[in-house]
Ligand binder design. Structure first.
Ligand code: PBG
Length: 332
C-alpha cells in the first residue's frame, strides 16, 4: 500500500478532481474501442436486419449484413466480432450435425467477414445449443446432458470453424475436458495460431434470457443448465476452472455474466495474470437499454460507466452488444 496520506487539510482529495486536466492525468484506467468484442446474431437471407424485441437496438443480420457490420467495426477500431447463429428450426436435430457443416451460417459468415474486413478477428461460439433440438449445449441421453460424447462433437465443430477462418474459438458449453481436446485437435490439424478464449467461469444465469430469444433457443430449451453451468453462489470454483482451462491450453479466459460477477473478474486477474474477458450479456444489455428507453437512466452514461468498470475490475476487454455505440462515442 501507499504511505499514509497526510491529514486534512494537507491532503484534500478534491484537489486532483478539481479540473478535467488533473482528472485526466490521474485516471487509473482507460476505455477504448480496442477493448471490445462485438457479439452479432446471424440469420439466413439477404439484406435482412431483423429487430430482436427483448434486445432493443440489436438485430439479427443476414450474412451479407454481418460482413458490412464487420467493415463498420473495423473502421471504428473494434478488434473482434463474435458470431452467434440463429439456426432455422428445421436444421435442429438430435445429432446436431449442422454444428460442423462447413456451409452453416457461422462458417459462411466467417468467410464473408474475412473477405470484407481482413483485419478484424472473428470469434466463433462452440456449443451445440443453436443446433440442438432440445436447446442444450450438449447431447441429451435419457434426460442427462452427457459430457464425453459432447466433447467429441465440440471438437468437430471447432475444426470446422477453424477451417472457415475463425481466429478465436469461444467454447461456451461448460463441458469438462473440452479445452484440451480442442487444443489437441487444432494442433493436429495445423491450426497453431487459432486461439481459444474459454468461457471458463460461466454461470447458470437468468441474465441470458434475451439471448435465448435472439438465437431461437428459448422455445426449444427443456429444463435448465445447472448441471453444466456454475452455481452463482460459487467463487473458489471459478478459480479452479480457470486454472484447469489454462493447463489444458486456453489462451484467454472469460467470466460470464459480467456486471454481477466483477469480483470473479478481479480474482481471476489477480490470481493468474492472464488475458481476462467478461461478457456483458444480453440481460445486462436489456436492463440498461430498457431503463434508458424509458428515460429512467442516461443510456450513454451508464453504457460507458458499465464498460469502464470492467477495466477497473481487471478485464482486458469485454464482449458487449454496446460495442459499436460505445466505440462511436469514444471516437468522438
Ligand atoms: C450458449 C450461450 C449462451 C450465451 C452465449 N452462448 C446462453 C446460454 O448459456 O444459455 C448467452 C449470451 C448472452 O446472454 O448475451 N452456448
Amino acid at each position: 500500500m501507499n504511505p499514509l496520506s497526510a491529514p486534512f487539510p494537507a491532503a484534500r482529495f478534491r484537489r486532483l478532481r478539481s479540473q478535467p486536466a488533473l482528472r485526466d492525468l490521474v485516471r487509473e484506467n482507460t476505455l477504448t474501442p480496442a477493448d471490445f468484442i462485438w457479439p452479432v446474431f446471424v440469420r439466413d437471407g439477404e439484406g435482412v436486419r431483423e429487430p430482436i424485441s427483448s434486445m432493443p437496438g440489436v438485430m439479427r443480420l443476414s450474412v451479407d449484413e454481418v460482413a458490412k457490420a464487420a467493415v463498420e467495426a473495423q473502421a471504428l477500431g473494434i478488434p473482434a466480432i463474435c458470431l452467434f447463429p440463429y439456426t432455422d428450426p428445421s436444421l435442429k436435430t438430435e445429432d446436431c450435425a449442422e454444428a460442423w457443416n462447413p456451409e452453416n451460417l457461422s462458417n459462411r459468415a466467417t468467410r464473408e467477414i474475412k473477405a470484407a474486413a481482413p483485419n478484424i478477428a472473428v470469434m466463433t461460439d462452440v456449443a451445440l445449443d443453436p443446433y440442438n433440438i432440445n436447446g442444450h449445449d450438449g447431447f441429451v441421453e435419457d434426460g442427462v446432458i452427457v459430457n464425453d460424447r459432447t466433447v467429441e462433437a465440440l471438437v468437430k465443430q471447432t475444426l470446422s470453424q477453424a477451417e472457415a477462418g475463425a481466429d478465436i474459438i469461444g467454447p461456451s458449453d461448460m463441458m469438462d475436458g473440452r479445452i484440451g481436446a480442442m487444443r489437441t485437435a487444432l494442433e493436429g490439424a495445423g491450426h497453431h495460431n487459432v486461439t481459444i478464449l474459454s468461457y471458463s467461469a460461466k454461470y447458470a444465469s437468468g441474465f441470458y434470457g434475451p439471448f435465448r430469444d435472439a438465437v431461437g433457443a428459448s422455445g426449444a430449451l427443456k429444463g435448465d443448465k445447472k448441471t453444466y453451468q456454475m452455481d452463482p453462489a460459487n467463487a473458489d470454483e471459478a478459480m479452479r476452472l480457470v486454472e484447469r482451462d489454462l493447463r489444458e491450453g486456453a489462451d484467454m479466459v472469460m467470466v460470464k455474466p459480467g456486471m454481477p460477477y466483477l469480483d470473479i473478474c478481479r480474482r481471476v486477474k489477480d490470481s493468474f495474470g492472464v488475458p481476462t474477458f467478461a461478457y456483458q450479456v444480453s440481460g445486462e444489455y436489456a436492463m440498461l437499454q430498457g431503463a434508458a428507453q424509458n428515460g429512467w437512466l442516461d443510456g450513454d452514461k451508464v453504457m460507458l460507466e458499465s464498460l469502464m468498470c470492467f477495466k477497473r475490475a481487471g478485464c482486458d476487454g469485454v464482449l458487449t452488444y454496446f460495442a459499436p455505440a460505445a466505440a462511436r462515442l469514444l471516437n468522438g
